[in-house]
Design a protein around this ligand. Structure first.
Ligand SMILES: [Zn+2]
Ligand SMILES: [Zn+2]
Length: 347
């Protein structure tokens, strides 16, 4: 087993910061670009990177210290990636992903109680079946050897800089088309109607987006994502207000005055509710835990009272109401007055 501490020239007690500092100094010193054609220097550069890859990872370092780490295997690419990472060069995006898409998904209010698995139709530019999305017969790009990136080294004041950019020959794809597929004209993608099964989470909000990774348009660097926008179908009785539900309860005059028991159409079934005598218009009864799920539990069902004043009354009902008005001392229009006035105004 190699002595990684000796390779980096640090003590076995070295801190992560000391290890990094030693690595940065040595990696720049031994970078192959500074010693073109010198095999020994290249080997040393690889060793330095390997030592750093192990010692900079606390878990690997502990294993190494106890003699438990098997010989690590790093490819030349791993070592260059490590170098690029430490020195802050990110490989530029190779080939672009396909476009993201948006589709609408509609569920009933009741589906939001426990969430629901739905199948959503959508259209996208998907892989061409004739060529399996390859666009035709491919050959490895001779410029980048199929890696899609080219590297250039820049010697500057601070040492050697590595620039990694998308290969200009294959535009970062790593391959060239020898014969284009006639179905997709070499694009590798065609318009397709597809369906995807997703789970709508409980309590999801109207208009909220649900991300389905990999179901967007296909691009040279892979597919984009599909975003599903939620639409909730209107419910015949209930209205949504965040995680709360609202039910407008219509009460007759006598019910409001004398009290009653009603059934409220809750999302999970009818809920009995006692209305006490003397309930007024606009009063609200709150039923906790009968709303929609939210991260902290469930919202409430708010029962809002609407007093339904009768438009048409039978003769007997009118008489009874007159008797009632007399009893409590309310002044009311005399019998037949409104009918006569209506005749007068509409003549
Ligand atoms: Zn290329
Ligand atoms: Zn094709």
């Amino acid at each position: 087993m190699k002595d990684y501490y000796a390779i980096l020239g640090v003590s076995r007690e070295a801190t992560q910061e000391e290890i990094k500092r030693a690595y940065r100094k040595l990696a720049l010193e031994y970078h192959p670009d500074r010693h073109p054609g010198d095999k020994a220097m290249e080997e040393r550069f690889k060793e330095i990177n390997e030592a750093y890859a192990v010692l900079s990872d606390p878990e690997k370092r502990a294993q190494y210290d106890r003699g438990l780490l098997g010989a690590p295997e790093f490819s030349a690419q791993d070592l260059f990636d490590l170098f690029a990472q430490v020195f802050g060069f990110r490989p530029s995006r190779v080939a672009p992903r396909g476009e993201d898409l948006e589709a609408l998904v509609e569920v009933a209010l009741g589906d939001l109680l426990e969430g629901k698995e739905v199948e959503v139709p959508f259209s996208r530019l998907g892989p061409c079946e004739a060529c399996s999305g390859q666009g035709g017969r491919r050959v490895v790009c001779p410029t980048c050897g199929g890696r899609g990136v080219v590297e250039s080294y820049q010697r500057g004041f601070f040492g050697t800089l590595v620039n990694r950019t998308a290969c200009p020959h294959c535009k970062g794809q790593g391959f060239l088309l020898k014969e284009a597929c006639p179905t997709c004209q070499g694009r590798g993608r065609v318009p397709r109607e597809e369906r995807v099964r997703v789970r709508i989470p409980p309590g999801m909000d109207e208009g909220q987006l649900l991300r389905v990774p990999g179901y967007g348009n296909l691009g040279p660097g892979g597919p984009g994502d599909l975003y599903l926008r939620l639409r909730v179908k209107p419910h015949p009785h209930l209205e949504r207000r965040g995680a709360d539900l609202v039910y407008r309860l219509k009460l007759g005059l006598a019910q409001a005055a004398l009290g009653t028991r009603v059934e409220v159409p809750g999302l999970s079934g009818p809920i009995p509710l006692d209305i006490p005598p003397g309930t007024g218009h606009g009063e609200v009864f709150v039923l906790p835990g009968e709303g929609l799920p939210h991260p902290g539990g469930r919202g409430a069902l708010r029962v809002e009272v609407e007093l339904a004043v009768p438009k048409k009354l039978s003769k007997r009902a009118r008489e009874l109401l007159r008797a009632y008005a007399e009893e409590v001392g309310e002044a009311v229009a005399p019998e037949g007055l409104w009918d006569r006035l209506k005749g007068f105004f509409h003549k």
